[in-house]
Write a protein that binds this ligand. Structure first.
Ligand SMILES: NC(=O)N[C@@H](CC(=O)O)C(=O)O
Ligand SMILES: [Zn+2]
Ligand SMILES: [Zn+2]
Length: 445
């Protein structure tokens, strides 16, 4: 699939409810929204237009995922840039940020360009490589941050995700460095010594009963607290990946108020769909599908995360789509790999949890799943909403569809799907990347 070269290629989307509000038609010419209103598909000017009947569907701007693991290069048995892009498109995404914990690590301009080019070749979503903060994710020397930024991949988001940048001196240098070009450090906030090498779940009453080694929420919170102080000190930007505790939310609330007063630095944060719905009690069956980092938390944390997403303390939903091959996941709980799939189900989970509980409306979902992540990542071709002159990156959603998730229906190469067997509300009907349908009637085009 490639972007239309012919400027006259026309698509008409008929009768979609724009962000859940009033219905209108969209005229797309050459991949750009040209007109919004009442468009007569029979008008001879639109003679060869492709018409998409969107009656009863909600149109959102294409979704943007700040946090995806595509596993290529290195673990093409778990996912490739192509299959991960397929899962993203099916999930309504038009752009994803691909984490750097591949093999080799995305820590050089050359490696970043390779991921970028493979994303372009797949052509289903815009794949933006995230650059590593440190060489080899080792936490010691800074990676080629400037060269990655100046490369064809134009990397602006840097993360050692999977590992925390533990050394405050390294974190300080990284924040200072990316400031020069408006970059951001996305931190996997987890103090290594409090987490401990064998910990595999949330530390609490249940981990004690199950005999599983856990780590406490404070291992996350102290890093969030440290990093916002470093961002303030350096006048830079920090982004907190996969926030999972009520304590982190409290720190963020304080930090955002300070940043707004100070004006010279900022902190943003994301939450995953699974941390908005799944709780630590799922671990009682020792099913490694539910083993993830940060771990599933008690219901009090889940409630705080929902409230923070609703009130803007948390800016974005990011999937942390983390595919794993069967032989890495199907182990005793303590030995299994951390991580779960998320791209194909994110929109339905957010709709079920947030809209279903009157915490966000469609416009709010568009903010946390498109506009805000695009702004945080500094993407200029995404997140502009549904407006005349904006690229036609669109997701058409059947808002009332009730879908029971089947892990074998996934286009991902992996099957570590925590939503298998659950019934969610809302389904992606179509996805358009710059006017080209990547998904039609829920299937890859
Ligand atoms: N989330 C996970 O449990 N695993 C991620 C790494 C990460 O996001 O920390 C992975 O790469 O598998
Ligand atoms: Zn992480
Ligand atoms: Zn991750």
């Amino acid at each position: 699939m490639s972007a239309p070269e012919n400027d006259s290629s026309r698509v008409i989307v008929k009768g979609a409810s724009l962000l859940g509000d009033k219905s209108a038609d969209l005229l797309i010419v050459g991949g750009v929204i040209r007109e919004i209103g009442s468009i007569d598909a029979r008008d001879t000017a639109h003679g060869s237009a492709t018409v998409i009947d969107a009656d009863g569907l909600v149109a959102l701007p294409g979704l943007v995922d700040l946090h995806t693991h595509l596993r290529e290069p290195g673990r093409e048995d778990a996912e490739t840039i192509r299959t991960g892009s397929m899962a993203a498109a099916v999930g309504g995404y038009t752009a994803v940020l691909a984490m750097a914990n591949t093999s080799p690590v995305t820590d050089t301009a050359e490696n970043a360009e390779r991921v970028f080019d493979l994303g372009r070749a797949a052509g289903l979503v815009d794949v933006h490589p995230v650059g590593a903060v440190t060489r080899g994710l080792a936490g010691e020397e800074l990676a080629e941050l400037g060269l990655m930024n100046r490369s064809r991949a134009r990397v602006k988001v840097f993360s050692d995700d999977g590992k925390c940048v533990g050394d405050p001196r390294v974190m300080r240098r990284a924040l200072e460095y990316v400031k020069a070009f408006g970059g951001v450090i996305s931190q996997h906030s987890q103090d290594a010594s409090l987490a401990g090498a064998s910990a595999c779940c949330h530390e609490g009453e249940l981990s004690g009963q199950l005999g599983l080694p856990g780590w406490p929420g404070v291992a996350e919170e102290i890093i969030v607290a440290r990093d916002v102080m470093l961002a303030r000190h350096t006048g830079s930007r920090v982004h907190v990946a996969h926030v999972s505790t009520a304590g982190s939310v409290e720190v963020l609330r304080w930090a955002k108020a300070q940043a707004a007063k100070d004006g010279h630095w900022s902190v943003t944060a994301e939450v995953t769909p699974h941390h908005l719905l799944l709780t630590t009690d799922l671990l009682s069956g020792y099913d490694p599908t539910y083993k993830v980092n940060p771990p599933l938390r008690p219901v009090e944390d889940v409630e705080a995360l929902r409230a923070a997403l609703a009130d803007g303390t948390i800016d974005a939903v990011a999937t942390d789509h983390a595919p794993h091959a069967r032989h890495d996941k199907e182990h005793a709980f303590v030995d299994a790999a951390f991580g779960m799939l998320g791209l194909e189900t994110a929109l339905a989970v957010v709709n079920t949890v947030m809209r279903g509980n009157d915490l966000l409306d469609w416009a709010g979902i568009a903010s946390v799943m498109s506009a805000n992540p695009a702004r945080i990542a500094g993407l200029d071709d995404q997140g502009q909403g549904i407006a005349v002159g904006a690229p036609a990156n669109l997701t058409l959603i059947d808002p009332d569809a009730s879908v029971t998730v089947d892990r074998d229906a996934s286009v991902s190469l992996s099957r570590n799907n925590p939503w298998h067997g659950r019934t969610l509300t809302g389904a992606v009907h179509a996805t358009l990347l710059r006017g080209v349908a990547t998904v039609v009637e829920g299937q890859l085009a």
